[in-house]
Design a protein around this ligand. Structure first.
Ligand code: LRH
Ligand code: MN
Ligand code: MN
Length: 393
């Protein structure tokens, strides 16, 4: 990276220094597949300890200053106290993720259920989460609905869209200024025949109907194989409706593996579109969140790796020579334009990021710093019986 011109390098550092990646509370607790939840030593026993782990990841990376909560996995009596605790550790409470998919009542769906009582219960929970967001100081209500059908004919597809619109409207209308609703889509699972919010188009249509504080959330694991996710990102940014990401990797379906592990080139292409579309400007409001489960790998190191992978993809995207790219594109220079992207992607940005971290006052190698810190040994010794409620718990 010695050949990068100083002004460009300073600009690049400014953007990277300002980047914010949110980690999910549920990734710090035990998780697994439907076949087995694997217990690890030292996992948090409560939301407070999850926040401590998130704060450790921020301390070491310098760019993960908030943690997303899932309700009721992170239910506490006093959210203001939880907020104060987080702030005392140098982080904030991020997106509030309502959970309307883990109760028997939701067998036929939540806000789309044919049962009016169940719909009421689901909307009430979403409203509870709006109130929680006010107490935690969160600016994002991150809605994912597991609603869908397993069999053709099981329910009326159009009626379910009406119920969805009605339920979201009630919640949206009660959101305070400054809170955004991010509507996440997923093409299948747990429903196997039809899902009520299966894709970005459906999510976008509902967001447009709701108003400007409703935006689409792109979970990278929620697409069919071969889907061009960067196209979706470019489209949503253009429409000013890209609310943010749940980054993770997929090999098959919603695998929830470490971001950038399965397809680092895809992550780069996504970050390139984000950069080109102005999404790295904090004012655009694009949220960079991780949504992962580390079933067999140690959780805090996995989170450090994930944050660093997103940062690497971002740095590479910022290295794209935009002027050269535009010229090649205008001239119809297919191979030249592609080469501009590949040159950036093939750059080893690790030395540059080590310098950036030193500049930011964090260790140039966050993973090594974690292993040296003794934190893992301490939590293993102190947190006996940890099995934080969460995904797969
Ligand atoms: C659904 C999902 C959604 C949930 C999380 C635990 O697959 O991506 O974001 O809240 O997993
Ligand atoms: Mn998700
Ligand atoms: Mn998911």
């Amino acid at each position: 990276m010695t050949d990068i011109d100083p002004a460009r390098r300073a600009a690049l550092f400014d953007v990277l220094r300002a980047q914010r990646i949110e980690t999910p509370s549920w990734a710090y607790g035990n998780s697994g597949t439907r076949f087995k939840v694997f217990a690890q030593d030292g996992v948090p026993r409560n939301p407070i300890e999850k926040i401590e782990d998130a704060a450790k990841v921020h301390e070491l990376t310098g760019i993960a200053p908030s943690v997303a909560l899932h309700i009721p996995w992170d239910r506490v009596d006093d959210y203001a106290a939880l907020r104060t605790h987080a702030e005392g550790l140098g982080i904030t409470l991020g997106a509030i993720n309502p959970n309307v998919f883990q109760e028997d009542a939701y067998r036929l769906g939540s806000v789309c259920s044919p049962d009016a009582g169940v719909r009421r219960k689901a909307v009430d929970h979403l409203l509870d989460c709006v109130a929680i967001a006010e107490q935690t100081g969160s600016t994002v209500l991150s809605v994912w609905l597991a609603d869908g059908l397993n069999y053709p004919g099981q329910d009326d597809l159009r009626a379910r869209q009406d119920r969805l619109a009605e339920g979201l409207r009630e919640v949206y209308d009660q959101m305070p200024d400054g809170l955004r609703m991010l509507l996440e889509y997923k093409f299948f699972e747990p429903a196997f025949y039809a899902t009520d919010v299966p894709d970005w188009g459906t999510s976008l249509a509902h967001c447009l109907e709701l108003g400007p504080a409703a935006q689409v959330l792109v979970d990278t694991g929620h697409h069919a194989p071969g889907t061009n996710i960067e196209f979706i990102v470019a489209f949503l940014l253009r429409a000013k409706r890209l609310g943010g990401f749940h980054f993770n990797s997929r090999f098959y379906a919603d695998d929830d593996l470490i971001a950038g592990a399965a397809d680092p080139f895809q992550l780069f292409r996504i970050m390139h579109e984000v950069a080109q579309g102005g999404g790295l400007d904090r004012a655009t409001g694009v949220e960079f969140m991780l949504d992962q489960c580390h079933n067999i790998e140690p959780k805090i190191p996995a989170m450090i790796r994930s944050v660093c992978n997103v940062q690497e993809a971002t740095a590479k995207a910022l290295l794209v020579d935009s002027a050269a790219l535009r010229t090649a594109q205008a001239e119809g220079d297919v191979l030249g334009a592609n080469a501009v992207l590949m040159d950036a992607y093939n750059t080893d940005v690790r030395p540059l990021l080590a310098e950036l971290r030193e500049d930011m006052g964090v260790d140039p190698d966050p993973m090594a710093a974690y292993h040296r810190s003794g934190y893992q040994q301490r939590i293993v010794a102190e947190r006996v019986g940890g099995d934080a409620a969460g995904w797969g718990a």
